[in-house]
Design a protein around this ligand. Structure first.
Ligand SMILES: [Zn+2]
Length: 149
């Protein structure tokens, strides 16, 4: 938010709660607490103060709100396509398919994972891992097969 956007909202608060509640010194302190909030968020906050507060919100009210915003603000997501981001499934690493070794043939053998990624995987030719496979196949780390096995 820039200083002009801040002044516009403070003008609204002065209209409702009176100039005497927002002398320059207090206004400066409020600015220092809320300057990193986005304009839309500060405007919404002022809507709420105007709508719901019986008394003029003071520095601590702004500080509490700014703290809440920072607490819930999500850091910008960095995308590294070569890495699995937040793997939800540690069987297939969110690829929908996992590899297994057979007790008689080292494989690798591919199976569709039981997680939602696996169920929705478009590669219909890949079989689901069922109870009957359990006796013969064991899950294998895909890194074992790097470089051709
Ligand atoms: Zn999975």
């Amino acid at each position: 938010m820039n200083p002009m956007e801040f002044d516009i909202q403070m003008g609204r608060l002065r209209n409702v709660f009176g100039d005497k509640n927002y002398p320059d010194e207090r206004t400066k302190l409020i600015w220092s607490e809320v300057r990193d909030l986005p304009q839309y968020y500060f405007a919404k906050l002022c809507d709420r103060f105007i709508g719901d507060s019986r008394q003029a919100p003071i520095l601590n009210d702004f500080r509490t709100e700014a703290y809440q915003f920072r607490l819930h603000a999500k850091p910008a997501k960095t995308v590294e396509p070569w890495k699995v981001v937040n793997p939800g499934c540690d069987t297939c690493f969110d690829t929908g398919v996992f590899l297994a070794r057979s007790k008689t043939n080292p494989g690798p053998w591919a199976f569709r994972c039981a997680c939602s990624k696996g169920v929705n995987d478009p590669r219909k030719a890949i079989p689901h891992f069922t109870e009957s496979h359990r006796a013969e196949f064991v899950w294998a780390d895909p890194r074992e097969f790097k470089g051709g096995a």
